[in-house]
Design a protein around this ligand. Structure first.
Ligand code: ADP
Ligand code: 5GP
Length: 187
């Protein structure tokens, strides 16, 4: 297989509340063959979130072990919780020639950039700051102090947008899902 035909690892990042999960869910409804890595996290599940589907919900001790054993491709602390990408499942998919999608934060995207130089980094941006605040608040899943922490982190994340290979603005979920599929060479 020529090098440019190799399926790539794509990273989708962007501030909390911008709509990453919504876009990915929409995309996978139409294209269930797109594989999304399931991260480990020490965050508590939100209503409706299932272990092994949305995240592997782990204790602090379990996360310590995953890190110490080198089982994570990358990991980061975000707004008071730790999150990481299990390495094995990602490697299996890439070895089978299947495209891989990671939905991770800026710190994780930077680590992937360092360890996998051919990864494609995609930034999902909000139409405006006001709309980001509206979405994060409107989701209603976090108390005000957690929203504040996430908006603080969002300022740093928005400033890092030029580090990414591509930027998609999440005005329409349908449009962004289509653009992301095209970037992943799925359609
Ligand atoms: P993230 O995964 O980036 O933290 P979510 O996917 O949970 O964000 O989306 C945050 C909120 O914004 C949700 O309530 C979602 O329904 C809403 N949302 C996502 N995309 C759009 C969009 N294009 N227009 C309006 N609302 C959106
Ligand atoms: P949430 O708590 O809203 O599900 O996720 C908070 C942030 O953590 C989001 O920016 C999300 O992309 C990021 N995140 C989720 N999984 C991982 C992961 O495995 N690694 C890293 N670095 N960030 C992650």
């Amino acid at each position: 297989m020529p090098p440019d035909a190799r399926p790539r690892l794509t990273v989708l990042s962007g501030p909390s509340g911008v709509g990453k999960s919504t876009v990915v869910a929409h995309m996978r409804k139409e294209h269930p063959e797109v594989w999304l890595s399931v991260s480990a996290t020490t965050r508590k599940p939100r209503p409706g979130e299932q272990h092994g589907v949305h995240y592997f919900f782990v204790t602090d001790d379990e996360m310590d072990k995953l890190i110490a054993n080198g089982e994570l491709l990358e990991w980061a602390e975000f707004a008071g919780n730790r999150y990481g990408t299990p390495r094995g499942a990602v490697q299996d998919r890439l070895e089978k020639g299947e495209p891989v999608l990671l939905e991770i934060d800026l710190q994780g995207a930077r680590q992937v950039r360092e360890s996998m130089s051919d990864a494609q980094l995609v930034f999902l941006a909000p139409p405006s700051w006001e709309e980001l605040v509206r979405r994060l608040t409107g989701r209603g899943t976090e108390p005000p102090e957690v929203i504040e922490r996430r908006l603080d982190a969002a300022k740093t994340e928005l400033a890092a947008e030029p580090e990414f290979d591509e930027t998609l603005v999440n005005t329409s979920v349908e449009d962004v899902a289509r653009e992301l599929l095209a970037l992943m060479d799925v359609v």
